[in-house]
Design a protein around this ligand. Sequence first.
Ligand SMILES: O=P(O)(O)OC[C@H]1O[C@](O)(COP(=O)(O)O)[C@@H](O)[C@@H]1O
Ligand SMILES: [Mg+2]
Ligand SMILES: [Mg+2]
Length: 344
Amino acid sequence: MSPSSTVSLTRHLLEEQRAGRINADARLLIEVVARACKSISIAVGKGALGGVLGDAGTAGEASINIQGEAQKKLDVLSNEILMEANAWGGHLAGLASEEMDHSQPIPDVHPRGNYLLLFDPLDGSSNIDVNISVGTIFSVLRCPDGVTTPADEHYLQPGTAQVAAGYCTYGPSTMLVLTIGHGTHAFTLDREIGSFVLTQRGMTIPEETKEFAVNMSNQRFWEAPMQAYVGDLLAGKEGPRGKDFNMRWVASMVADVHRILTRGGIFSYPLDSKCAAKGGKLRLMYEANPMSFLVEQAGGAASTGRQRMLEVQPTGLHQRVPVFLGSKAEVEAAVGYHARHDAG
Ligand SMILES: O=P(O)(O)OC[C@H]1O[C@](O)(COP(=O)(O)O)[C@@H](O)[C@@H]1O
Ligand SMILES: [Mg+2]
Ligand SMILES: [Mg+2]
């Protein structure tokens, strides 16, 4: 790529600002998050050499987060990196993380901005120690007018209120995928110059697909409509769907969604009797909503199986939801099975 044709993240965001699609504060916020992701990418890349593998906690005592999950060292380290990068405020009024019980307002010694940042600092934690792609997911909301010290309830805004969303995937290459509501674009980290370079403008998800992603080991715990939907996928061209489907499951949402943004497919983490009491497995505010915004901006669809994801009214910071997202026609097909079932 000749230098003149190279579009860095900074240049891309400046062009978006000049076009009036983003303001300086939001642009700065995204740049700060991207910089933090570069540091996380370096830590992840070191692996065992950096002493970042394995569980957090000391003396055999696991460190358990609000989700009731044992934290990995990289969960804690990534969270610290994002907290430190954003601590000086300027563009932010507060932030919330998968790894913290409650949201945190920016200390009032710093100027506070107008935005709220939510993040899953390290997504795909079960893959950290086995060197499979992991990532960071983030969502940006406006701080409600007149609120100077935001609390948890101020984050409970539907996904349609997101100003920006993105993820960074730490795999063979480090990539940042971003939307500010004008398409979904991918940037690859050029390790030589240390900056994200635009490598795919306007990602588009094909409407139709022959690829599905779900943790099949949960099949016996699924609801009847999900059993029927996947049963028909597996029946292939001899079955009612009339075509064969292939399956993929990385067990890192960032990696599974990146594949779908790149070549189509459907990702689902449905309700099952194991997680029903919690409302699902994946979290609405910093997993489902940002991914749904990115997918919709790339021409795909996202649903709980029964409702457009971005219209879900949040009730809790760590609320969980069933997730279906990806190729539009396939998500509609999955939703159809639930609707027919619910209609008896
Ligand atoms: O272990 P399972 O049931 O396959 O679930 C995998 C899912 O859980 C997650 O790892 C949950 O995210 P965290 O790793 O951030 O907790 C998703 O990335 C992934 O899609
Ligand atoms: Mg996650
Ligand atoms: Mg996580």
